[in-house]
Design a protein around this ligand. Structure first.
Ligand code: NAD
Length: 478
């Protein structure tokens, strides 16, 4: 049983008198895994003050880029050393299949932190250029300041790393707020922070839900808000930051397309497609949830996809043979079932899945739905193990698929499958999406920018481009 206080401030857990307590339960069994306090305005205030102090009166103010790179390397080492414990814990608290959590939850976080440690030495924190008036301009990239970082529950360590990596690389300090459904693995992160030797206050944590998040995003001494979560909440936060001219970046939802071109090989494409949509029980922002099939091969692919989805093992996420664990909570299970009911009512065909298995836990069998791109199930983020197949007219060329893929308010990622890499890459370049994989589902490269077009967000994390979101540019002209 884990018992975490409401906040971790300047290197110490602090309770907060009368703080509300949040119970963290296994989504597979309902078992109580731990409790965490909920930080109120006083705890948030203390965390922001500690983060400010780290920037003004701690060794962090003078940390060189090389020092920051070394600190990120130590954070990565600390997470890697706890790989199994953290994978077990994320499997318990989120229901990520254990076969997925080591890489999907923990090593992705390690990879991001190591990538930043490697990027920093070549990053142009200071550069000089001739001024147009004949003199010289030094362009400095200075830390934006105190960062309020808000993360969702579905991949907590990974998203935390996507914020800590560039923020610390830039020299900022951070107040991190995990989601109330998944605070435990972030609790273990504090051990890693302590071991890393980072000065107190560089990374602080406030536990809690929306009210804690609001206290953080509206705190007058937060310089920048970095939010990852749903588009609806991201819109509220961006509006509130906008009214205060507070820097804000958002990584939001997706309804990403996987385009199958007519020459794509059946077997490898189908296995990639199923992995691309069902990873983490379909609870991934980057899930490739709209599968666009050429009409000339529609039946062949639907049959193979249906068989592949039916072969997935649903059950105890801790079992190594499990492919699909539970949804995060009862509301998420009900939401997914609601989407499937409405899809059926709208005229979509449920090719397989969608049933609720007997027994405990918030499980739904993985579903494949044949639908039109105008139906709700093809337009809204379901956030569960549900793939939609949509036919396109391949006699009209690859652009017929590209047009459907781009007909979405989201634009996070995409993928294109073809026997010809160049043909797939040409279609990929036409997609209005932040990253696109060719013949794979690898939509994230640790050293490259990640983020969305359209309502999938504003800004990028990952790669050198991610650091740009955590600096102010200053020109010294002489
Ligand atoms: P959510 O928007 O409900 O919550 C995200 C975080 O915001 C949580 O910590 C929550 O407590 C906090 N929060 C909620 N209301 C708030 C408010 N008014 N002010 C401040 N903070 C508030 O999202 P979720 O259910 O935790 O996560 C799932 C969503 O996250 C999906 O839409 C998914 O696509 C998205 N996501 C996006 C990315 C990406 O990189 N684009 C990555 C992972 C998840």
């Amino acid at each position: 049983m884990y018992e975490l206080a409401a906040s971790y401030v300047a290197g110490k857990w602090a309770g907060g008198a009368g703080a509300e307590t949040i119970a963290v339960r296994s989504p597979a069994t309902g078992e109580l895994l731990g409790t965490v306090g909920a930080a109120g305005p006083a705890e948030v205030d203390a965390a922001v003050a500690a983060a400010r102090a780290a920037l003004t009166s701690s060794p962090w103010c003078d940390a060189s880029p090389a020092d920051r790179a070394a600190a990120l390397g130590r954070l990565a080492d600390g997470l890697a050393a706890r790989k199994s414990v953290l994978a077990d814990l994320t499997t318990a608290e989120i229901g990520s299949p254990r076969s997925w959590s080591t890489f999907g939850q923990v090593l992705t976080a390690v990879g991001v932190l190591r990538a930043y440690a490697a990027i920093i030495p070549d990053y142009p924190f200071e550069s000089t250029r001739p001024s147009l008036a004949g003199g010289r301009v030094t362009v400095r990239q200075v830390p934006v300041g105190v960062v309020g970082a808000i993360i969702p529950w579905n991949t907590p360590l990974f998203i935390a790393a996507l914020k800590l990596g560039p923020a610390l690389a830039a020299g900022c300090s951070v107040v991190l707020k995990p989601a109330p459904d998944a605070p435990l693995s972030i609790g273990v992160l504090t051990e890693v922070i302590e071991e890393s030797g980072l000065p107190d206050g560089v990374i602080n944590i406030v536990n809690g839900g929306a009210a804690t998040g609001q206290a953080l995003t509206s705190h007058p001494d937060v310089d920048k808000v970095s939010f990852t979560g749903s588009t609806a909440v991201g819109a509220q936060i961006a509006a509130s930051c906008g009214s205060q001219i507070r820097r804000c970046s958002t990584e939001l939802g997706g309804k990403s397309a996987a385009i199958v071109l007519p020459d794509a090989p059946l077997e490898s494409t189908v296995s990639g497609l199923v992995g691309g949509v069902m990873g983490n029980n379909g609870q991934l922002c980057a899930a490739l949830t709209r599968i666009l099939l050429p009409r000339s091969r529609y039946d062949e692919f639907c049959t193979a996809l249906t068989a592949a989805v039916e072969q997935l093992t649903v059950g105890d996420p801790a079992a190594r043979t499990t492919d699909i664990g539970p949804l995060i909570n009862e509301a998420a299970r009900d939401r997914v079932e609601g989407f499937l009911r409405r899809a059926h009512a709208e005229g979509a065909t449920i090719l397989t899945g969608g049933e609720r298995p007997a027994g405990q836990g918030w499980f739904v069998r993985p579903a494949l739905v044949a639908a039109g791109n105008d139906m709700e199930i093809a337009r809204e983020e379901v956030f569960g193990p549900v793939a939609v197949v949509i036919a396109y007219d391949d006699s009209q060329g690859d652009s017929a698929a590209v047009n459907i893929a781009n007909d979405s308010r989201y634009g996070l990622v995409g993928a294109v499958w073809s026997a010809d890499d160049d043909r797939a890459a040409a279609a990929a370049a036409q997609l209005r999406a932040g990253s696109v994989a060719v013949n794979s589902t690898a939509v994230l490269d640790f050293g490259s920018p990640f983020g969305g077009f359209k309502q999938s967000g504003i800004g990028r994390e990952g790669g050198p481009e991610g650091i740009a979101g955590f600096v102010e540019y200053q020109a010294i002209i002489r």
